[in-house]
Design a binder for this molecule. Structure first.
Ligand code: MN
Length: 413
């Protein structure tokens, strides 16, 4: 064996050992996280060492601080995130080395997987060690400069001398050194001041709902060659990912039976971030419209079913809505919405709705469509709300009809 070849295989072996622990903890059939290339990524040269900080909303929100070194990302989980105030000594738990490609990863890790949750590229850039890195890692003292989009100046990672129960997860402290970038204690925290993605500018909630690298087939992306930490490339890719997909690109499916509706969940506080949409609370009956049509124009035959949130067929109880749905010029669709009665002020009245059914009162039923779950043989349930709204004018559909003939036949009740 030639000398260079021998050297290379030794380096590859070392890399494999470093990544083995990372791979052991993940199932790459279900997670979109990168596996790490078999032969390793080219060793960074000179001062162009990459670093990345990934904000990770898992069981607990934390920041994964990663320094590219020796073909891997040396990684620390920093619970509170980095701070520009030198008095803040942030606990940084060293975790398994990650593949270099991981630095590009922004998306969701499926629930139940190791680290399940949402990952954001919170900051990235170059790092410049002040002294020998291998020695610093071994001795537990690393000083370096960060040239990130958010983190700048001189920093230190110092290993604590604690005899803890996790020898494979040693505790370090991440500390800002005093320099022109250091901040006073009373100055705003960088994690608060700049909470969003350094790459896509998205908030963590938006990444979670966009489902960009988890919902769609992402194998190709996950197997892309090594990370470049290249902003323009990332930005372009993100723009492509978040644009509205055409109907043809969505997964095909045969016409589904009743789909369990998503129900509202109670929360003690409103959600954070600018990516939430406020909707009016409608007090009515949740109704799923199933529409299946064959033929065209006069020869068209329509089958409509109105299903309650438990899947009961209430088509006969709301014939006005059923007739209105038949007029939609669609091959097949499943619409999620709410049947209500509006009072003179335009508010929904549950009492009026009930009397529409019980007392045969002449109430006009209104149907608010708020989601399209299936359209013309395609599954739209993975689409985030903004894409759906952009893509289909359907969302604004409000079906009105008089319910006065609904219960002439009492046996229906
Ligand atoms: Mn993490």
């Amino acid at each position: 064996m030639a000398k260079t070849e021998k050297h290379r295989s030794k380096a590859a072996l070392a890399l494999e050992t470093q990544l083995a622990r990372y791979r052991e903890m993940r199932d790459f059939k279900t997670t979109a996280e990168p596996r790490g290339s078999k032969n390793g990524s080219p060793r960074p040269r000179g001062s162009s060492l990459p670093f990345v900080v990934q904000k990770h909303a898992a069981t607990r929100l934390h920041y994964d601080f990663r320094l590219g070194w020796n073909g891997v990302l040396k990684s620390w989980a920093v619970t509170k995130g980095p701070s520009f105030y030198p008095g803040d000594k942030r606990l940084a738990v060293q975790v398994e080395d990650h593949p270099i490609e991981y630095g590009d990863f922004e998306g969701t890790i499926p629930k139940g997987q190791y680290g399940g949750g949402t990952v954001m590229v919170w900051d990235y850039g170059k790092w410049e060690p002040h002294a020998d890195v291998d020695r610093g890692l071994k001795e537990g003292h690393l000083k370096f400069d960060l040239h990130g989009t958010k983190l700048k100046g001189s920093w230190a990672l110092v290993r604590m001398h604690t005899r803890d129960a996790h020898p494979d997860k040693p505790n370090w402290l991440l500390i800002k050194e005093r320099d022109e970038f250091a901040r006073q204690e009373e100055e705003p925290a960088i994690t608060e001041e700049a909470p969003d993605s350094a790459v896509s500018k998205r908030a963590i909630e938006q990444i979670a709902t966009d489902n960009d690298r988890s919902w769609q087939s992402n194998r190709a992306q996950a197997n892309e060659p090594a990370a470049r930490f290249d902003q323009t490339k990332n930005a372009k890719r993100t723009a492509k990912r978040t644009s509205t997909p055409s109907l043809n690109s969505l997964p095909k499916e045969s016409f589904p039976r009743f789909i369990e509706p998503q129900l509202a969940r109670q929360s003690t506080t409103p959600p954070n971030g600018s990516d939430w949409i406020h909707e009016l609370k409608l007090d009515g009956y949740r109704i799923q419209i199933h529409l299946h049509q064959t033929g065209k124009a006069r020869n068209r035959s329509s089958r409509v079913a109105l299903l309650t949130r438990k899947g009961l067929d209430w088509t006969a109880r709301m014939p006005s809505i059923a007739r209105a749905a038949e007029k939609l010029d669609l091959e097949s669709a499943i619409v999620d919405g709410e049947a209500v009665v509006l009072d003179e002020k335009g508010a929904t009245s549950f009492a009026d709705l009930q009397s529409a059914f019980q007392d045969h009162a002449k109430m006009q039923l209104t149907y608010f469509a708020f989601d399209l779950l299936h359209l013309n043989g395609r599954d739209l349930r993975g689409l985030p709300f903004p894409s759906l709204r952009q893509h289909l004018t359907f969302r604004a559909v409000v079906i009105r009809g008089s319910n006065r003939n609904a219960f002439k036949n009492k046996s229906l009740l």
